[in-house]
Design a protein around this ligand. Structure first.
Ligand SMILES: [Zn+2]
Length: 137
């Protein structure tokens, strides 16, 4: 069995932009926030306009952090040696109907299956960044 843990300190971290800063600020407070347009569409990754209806009236809303594993890949050759392998990159389908890519952790690799229920969990990596990972719900 292979235990999937959060990545260690020292991996490359996201650099929040003006557009994505609200997402990362919320993550520091243990909240998974996403943009939602005036017509109810969820927008992720952060964009200046809704990619369904082009509305520029977007707000950052708190989400449940619950979803299921939609797709996955097991990584054995990381981008830098700082990453512990293997790790699972997943695309999570969130219960509000939007998608996010992250890692699946706190699970045995052999038990990670498409469709499994997951919930967000945050790992503080620096004063500015807490990474949203997903673990079995
Ligand atoms: Zn929209």
């Amino acid at each position: 069995m292979t235990w999937l843990a959060a990545q260690p300190q020292g991996i490359p971290l996201p650099k929040p932009s003006e557009l994505s800063a609200p997402h990362w600020e919320a993550a520091k407070n243990g909240e998974l926030r996403v943009q939602r347009c005036e017509n109810g569409h969820y927008v992720f990754i952060p964009l200046p306009a809704c990619n369904y209806c082009w509305s520029t009236k977007l707000e950052w809303v708190k989400t449940s952090g619950k979803g299921t594993l939609y797709s996955m890949s097991i990584v054995y050759r990381p981008q830098t040696p700082a990453f512990q392998i293997p790790y699972v990159v997943g695309i999570m389908e969130m219960e509000e109907g939007w998608f996010i890519m992250s890692n699946v952790i706190n699970a045995e690799l052999e038990n990670v299956k498409i469709g499994m229920p997951l919930k967000v969990t945050f790992t503080k990596m620096s004063d500015d960044i807490a990474l949203p990972y997903f673990e079995p719900a």
